[in-house]
Design a protein around this ligand. Structure first.
Ligand SMILES: C[S@@+](CC[C@H](N)C(=O)[O-])C[C@H]1O[C@@H](n2cnc3c(N)ncnc32)[C@H](O)[C@@H]1O
Length: 227
């Protein structure tokens, strides 16, 4: 398998791909120079000769056509003003018969908790406003099958993936739902510090309630390049 991850960030997904395909080569493409350096260092320590990181944009990768069996693009399309253009470029990179999977959020249906934390809605509305202002689409999850079709892929399939704390434990939720993004939203004027304070208290109360749980959804679509 020759695999590419577009918007590979710190390289954690690439690492999992290399574990899943012990004989495969993996290419990561990343636009942020800091993350290009970070992922190169991180992966060199573990998988010295089975990967490469290319600096560039998913919109125009400069990589050769018809080169990859499988492409992964996770949590990237939601940030882009032209997601269909990005899918078109990923499709160009695939070999005929190759498949591409795209995984994104939809902030209408994001974290859901027991007991319910209504304050999360205010946080997600603030997050959506910030992403829309940048030209992204934080509710792209529901649109993925259409975006893939418009980008030229066929044989499309779609799943909503649920991660549940009862089955997976809490650690990953607490890691991924840190205070970094909420604090930035307060700094940028999308969320009041009062709302963030209320949310912090409600979140802590939820975690202290017996029988509490967290559900997080992700939206995943796969498509194939025609032969
Ligand atoms: C939320 S992170 C996801 C990282 C990784 N895919 C993962 O799932 O762990 C989004 C990544 O996409 C990168 N990115 C954003 N726009 C991009 C573009 N036009 N081309 C390539 N990468 C881009 C960001 O720099 C960031 O590393």
């Amino acid at each position: 398998m020759s695999v590419i991850e577009l918007g590979s960030g710190p390289g954690f997904v690439m690492e999992k791909v290399m574990q899943a395909f012990p004989n495969g080569r993996v290419t990561g493409l990343e636009i942020d120079p800091l993350l290009v350096d970070y992922s190169r260092n991180y992966l060199t320590q573990k998988h010295s000769d089975r990967f490469e990181i290319v600096a560039g944009s998913i919109m125009e990768t400069g990589l050769p056509s018809d080169s990859y069996d499988f492409a992964i693009t996770r949590l990237v399309l939601e940030h882009l003003p032209d997601p269909v253009g990005a899918v078109r470029e990923v499709a160009r990179l695939l070999k005929p018969g190759g498949r591409a999977v795209f995984i994104d959020n939809d902030f209408e249906m994001h974290i859901m908790t027991t007991p319910h934390v209504p304050e999360l809605r205010e946080l997600y509305d603030a997050y959506c406003a910030a992403r829309y202002a940048e030209g992204g689409n934080p509710k792209i999850g529901r649109e993925l099958p259409t975006v893939l079709k418009q980008g030229g892929l066929g044989k499309i399939d779609f799943e909503v993936i649920g991660a549940h704390s009862e089955l997976l434990g809490y650690e990953m939720f607490l890691k991924s739902e840190g205070v970094g993004i909420p604090v930035q939203l307060v700094r940028d004027g999308y969320l009041s510090s009062k709302a963030l304070g209320k949310l912090s208290v409600a979140w802590r109360n939820m975690l202290n309630t017996e029988g509490h749980s967290i559900l997080r959804q992700l939206y995943m679509a796969v498509g194939e390049k025609s032969v």
